[in-house]
Design a protein around this ligand. Structure first.
Ligand code: HEC
Ligand code: HEC
Ligand code: HEC
Ligand code: HEC
Length: 430
């Protein structure tokens, strides 16, 4: 699991954008002009930040030298990718649509401009949207951010929209998905937490005073909650797609807790617990990591009506013992409950008292053994880390956090009891 070092951000703002309905960069109608059309030395290809400019203008350098997205295509040419392709019966990974859809800006050929190159990997326009209509105008005097958005630039600054964007590759969509077949061939498990991944992507921008004049600056806590909500919603949406509903004998296994199956048999983990009561020993549990943590956050902070969510989650688990149709129906109703909450949670103001209560509450629940499944444990750890950095006192209990991190660092060595004990030690060290 990756871990982030978070930067402070203090402004709290809410936005009314309908992030749910925006087309993703890959699905928009605009032409993708290619990284070469952004990277010249008079544009975003300077060697260091340009003094006096609103944006740094060395974004290309940072992306090329430090950002994993610039090597996403090259990854498809490694031995690991070759082995995956071979096991899947693909002639090559770098030529396969199922790999390129996430490892490059794989838009249709009619949406590729003159300087577009698939080998650029996850380039600027894979996140910022096809530049066909704004490439010329966005650098002109007097153009503002709203003009750019109106011409198809994607609102990467908006938390719900950003979460959708990142998750389109870091989880999947109705059109592309990292199936258990791909995992079985050797692809790493996909895990995602918006704030941590935002911080781990080498920044090619700075949220400074002129940024705040142009765009809203989003606090890390809001980014975290937007990510938890949208991840949960995106998973529930995918459960309603053919990835899950196709009637093979065994359902698509990457919707489940990987470690429900992939853990040693002498490590007996099942126990009766809260919302889980629905699941008997030996059941394969749907991956509800983000949801379980989101519900715990809502309860701890009294941020909304959690009882209905608890019931809906329990019904989803019960449905997973019955039929695909039942799962689809319950996924839909749980999703309906979450959609309005996502807007509220990502747009609210969180003062330090609330953040302290959230951190204390999550730790208390973790110490009581409430997050026994790896994906939930991973999310709780990252949430507590984000809260500590936002509160500014993370240094005072760093040692206990480092010890706790060791218990989630390697998913193959995760021991739920140890995770709980170490959470208790963080709680004491606060
Ligand atoms: C078009 C698909 C795509 C989109 C959109 C995307 N990513 Fe990625 N991302 C990838 C791929 C593929 C990799 C792995 C690259 C490699 O190592 O070859 C990756 C890697 C990363 C990594 C490094 C992971 C690690 O293990 O250290 C971070 C951090 C990251 N992405 C953050 C983000 C964030 C934040 C967003 C949204 C703003 C985002 N990504 C959007 C495809 C995407
Ligand atoms: C749904 C999107 C998606 C699909 C489909 C996908 N990948 Fe990935 N892949 C990712 C992301 C995201 C990462 C980075 C994971 C992380 O570090 O969190 C990644 C990581 C990898 C890595 C590990 C890179 C490293 O440096 O650790 C390899 C290898 C890889 N992918 C190969 C492939 C191949 C080959 C295919 C096609 C069979 C493929 N991927 C299909 C999204 C995808
Ligand atoms: C994985 C997604 C991703 C990729 C790839 C990416 N960006 Fe960004 N970019 C972001 C995010 C997230 C932000 C911060 C939010 C915002 O201000 O929109 C951002 C911000 C920016 C900004 C705005 C800075 C400001 O002060 O307003 C510029 C300019 C920019 N990126 C240029 C580029 C260029 C040029 C490339 C390609 C070389 C690129 N980006 C590649 C996600 C990405
Ligand atoms: C319902 C049980 C189940 C779930 C859930 C499950 N797997 Fe698997 N997995 C299997 C089985 C069965 C195999 C085939 C084992 C074999 O070939 O020996 C397998 C194979 C694999 C392999 C290849 C192992 C090998 O020896 O070649 C990997 C890697 C893998 N799974 C990863 C995952 C990931 C990642 C997830 C979660 C996203 C996941 N699995 C979820 C049952 C499961």
């Amino acid at each position: 699991m990756v871990r982030g070092k978070l930067a402070l951000s203090l402004l709290f703002l809410s936005l009314g954008l309908k992030a749910q309905q925006l087309p993703l960069p890959e699905a928009g109608a605009d032409v993708h002009e290619g990284v070469a059309s952004c990277s010249t030395s008079v544009c975003h290809g300077k060697s260091s930040p340009e003094p006096g400019s609103t944006v740094w203008l060395n974004e290309y350098r940072i992306w090329l030298r430090q950002d994993y997205h610039s090597r996403a295509y090259r990854t498809l040419q490694t031995d690991q990718s070759r082995a995956i392709a071979r096991k899947l019966g693909l002639p090559s990974a770098a030529g396969a649509k199922i790999c390129l859809d996430c490892h490059a800006d794989n838009v249709a050929s009619e949406a590729r401009g003159r300087r577009f190159q698939i080998s650029d990997g996850v380039g600027c326009e894979a996140c910022h949207g096809g530049a066909g209509r704004w490439l010329e105008s966005h650098a002109e005097q007097g153009t503002n951010h709203a003009d750019n958005l109106a011409k198809g630039m994607y609102p990467t600054e908006e938390p719900l929209a950003r979460a959708r964007l990142c998750l389109s590759c870091h989880l999947g969509t109705r059109d592309k998905f990292a199936t258990h077949r791909i995992m079985g061939a050797g692809h790493p498990r996909l895990s995602f937490e918006l704030e941590t991944f935002t911080v781990n992507q080498p920044a090619h921008y700075e949220v400074d005073s002129d940024y705040r004049e142009r765009k809203p600056a989003i606090a890390s806590v809001n980014m975290w909650l937007a990510g938890l909500s949208v991840t949960a919603m995106a998973q529930l949406e995918l459960l309603q797609e053919s990835w899950f509903t196709d009637p093979g004998l065994i359902p698509e296994l990457s919707f489940y807790q990987c470690h429900a199956c992939h853990h040693p048999m002498d490590d007996l983990r099942w126990q009766r617990e809260g919302a889980d009561q629905a699941l008997p020993p030996g059941a394969v549990r749907l991956n509800d990591g983000s949801l379980v943590v989101l519900i715990a956050v809502i309860k701890t902070g009294k941020l909304g009506e959690a009882g209905a969510l608890d019931n809906a989650l329990r019904s989803l688990h019960t449905a997973s013992l019955e039929s695909r149709e039942a799962v689809v129906a319950k996924a839909r109703s749980l999703h309906d409950l979450l959609a309005p909450m996502a807007e509220k949670l990502s747009g609210s103001n969180y003062d330090s008292t609330t953040m302290e209560r959230l951190r204390g509450g999550l730790l208390q629940r973790a110490a009581a053994g409430q997050f026994r499944h790896f994906t939930a444990a991973e999310q709780v750890f990252l949430g507590v880390e984000t809260l500590g950095l936002a509160l500014g006192d993370a240094g005072t209990y760093e040692k206990a956090m480092d010890a706790w991190f060791e218990s989630v660092r390697d998913e193959n060595r995760f021991v739920p009891k140890q995770f709980a004990v170490l959470a208790g030690q963080v709680e004491k060290a606060l």
